[in-house]
Design a protein around this ligand. Structure first.
Ligand code: GDP
Ligand code: MG
Length: 163
């Protein structure tokens, strides 16, 4: 079976943008309901001749602020079950939020391999924003920019260590 990468993180950090970078054109499954978007997306990518599956778990977002923590908990649990390696995505422009910390604790307890990706590092000057994320406890943060396609190879190198 192909190794599975799951992208986990609170809403709006850029999971879907990175997902699209990882899979190129090979997209799957979208399903919408009012108030709930269950567009849990599966795709296939390739890195150094190795095929992998990738899940954008962030499609599960329930409307309403109070539901955010609940929704990230659900997506994290789903990812934990299926993934060989989890890409924990955070927002390098916003910094660490309580929801990030909550997700981090869930992932930590899972004992699955986690690669920490700091998205929205769009230029060299923003590089300094990644350091605060060491405190999440997942080792070296990997700087990426889904918008600009920066750091995707570094992210895949790190993930592929756990294939
Ligand atoms: P998701 O909710 O985690 O799936 O996040 P999305 O992929 O939908 O992105 C959320 C918002 O962040 C959108 O407005 C994106 O255009 C923006 N975004 C995503 N990646 C980047 C990035 O690398 N840099 C910047 N500046 N914005 C980004
Ligand atoms: Mg999304």
């Amino acid at each position: 079976a192909k190794p599975v990468i799951a992208i986990v993180g609170r809403p709006n950090v850029g999971k879907s943008t990175i997902f699209n970078r990882l899979i190129g054109d090979r997209l799957a499954i979208v399903e919408d309901k009012p108030g709930i978007t269950r567009d849990r997306l599966y795709g296939t990518g390739e890195w150094l001749n190795q095929s992998f599956n990738v899940i954008d778990t962030g499609g599960i977002e329930i409307d309403g602020e109070d539901e955010i923590l609940k929704s990230v908990r659900v997506q994290a649990e789903l990812a934990i079950e299926e993934a060989d390696v989890i890409v924990f995505m955070v927002d390098g422009k916003v910094g660490i939020t309580p929801a990030d910390e909550e997700i981090g604790q869930l992932l930590f307890r899972s004992h699955k391999p986690v690669v920490l990706a700091v998205n929205k590092i769009d230029n060299i000057k923003m590089q300094e924003n990644i350091y605060e994320f060491y405190s999440l406890g997942f080792g070296d943060p990997i700087a990426v920019s889904g918008a600009h396609g920066i750091g995707i190879g570094d992210l895949l190198d790190a993930a592929a260590q756990h294939f």
